[in-house]
Ligand binder design. Sequence first.
Ligand SMILES: *Cc1c(COP(=O)(O)O)cnc(C)c1O
Length: 444
Amino acid sequence: MQSVSRNELLAKDPVLPRVAAGEEVVWINPKRRPSCEVLPSLPLGIADILDAEARLRRFAPFIRLRFPETESNGGLIESPLTSIPAMQAALEARHGIAIPETLLLKQDSHLAIAGSVKARGGIYEVLKHTEELALQHGLITLSDDYSRLAAPEARALFSRFTVQVGSTGNLGLSIGIASAAVGYRVIVHMSADARAWKKALLRRHGVTVLEYEADYGEAVKEGRARSDADPNSYFIDDENSKDLFLGYAVAALRLKNQLAERQIIVDEIHPLIVTIPCGVGGAPGGITFGLKQVFGDDVHCFFAEPTQAPCMLAGMATGLHSAVCVQDLGLSGVTEADGLAVARPSGFVGSIMEPLLSGEVTVRDEQLYRWMRLLEGSEGLFLEPSACTAFCGVTDLWQSEPGKAYLKQTGLQDCLAQAAHIAWATGGALVPEIEREKYRVAYL
Ligand SMILES: *Cc1c(COP(=O)(O)O)cnc(C)c1O
């Protein structure tokens, strides 16, 4: 950002000087509007989500064949929604607070294949691309059983094509593993933040991993340039992909059923509060978009980011979206939350979130490890540090002045005891035991 000085940037919203100072903040989005006004004017709608869901169903027989761990779910990649009363009590005791809502954990940390939320968007986009190629080459029709796509002649076709992606780690894992399973050649461009074990795991799947000293933005740029130079290569663009976004949005339709199964009502007096860790914005943005389509104003969505890499907050609070990066505010962009180590937000996602998102909460790295240990100690569940940012929406939101004002303004304060609060756990299942051991003793 050459045109606007740092001081001019910081003047755009009262929260920004504190964000720039690396403080933990709660920010309420002043541009949020009633969803009945907003939804009809968006470039995507419920029909697009239903289309994505139908595509995932068509692929279920193929997924089931390629990934036997999805067998019990009929080839659908979906995660459990569980209540975590022991964690809720542990958080209350640790922070000296009362949490009136019922705390739930959406365990995308335990999604099949990729062990992270990226198993939604990433795999969906690989499958969508696969369907297009397969239709073009006459391998299937829309009404066929897609398990045909696992046949040798289909694989031979896919092996002539390359899929490439830039990643801080988890997107690369998801797209790398899924693409290799379809039969593509795969190149993953990894930023400096990516953990070594993620690169090693990908290489074991036959994926080519290129490593960069630079951050995520650079890895994406390089990857895109290389892919554009090859007519048989498809680049998955985390910053702007509509398909990725819709793959994430399908989560909302599935969640609606899971809530119903648990007899959790969502309506005006039984609100749903959701906190989702945010990196470039695709995953939390897609999920929020889906949830707003399904639950309208009865759902309140908050993003959670690390204090040194709050890129979506920077984009939203300045209104500049992808025209601003966290370094413009004077922040490092460096965080232990590797899945969220993104300096510049998606402009595509930011503009869709502008009228829908309730707000943002940020948290310092060392806190993530404490919550990670607290969850493992209380519930026996392991999450990676990035995913633990979700808990700052539980502990900090309603303790803060902006949060309290939001409760009042929305009328939420009168029904908080009937509310469900979902902490969206975005990753962890694939973290090797040796890495978990390191996390368990970090910042003690
Ligand atoms: C990628 C990721 C996120 C956030 O997704 P974005 O699309 O980058 O915003 C959150 N948590 C984990 C563990 C991730 O890997």
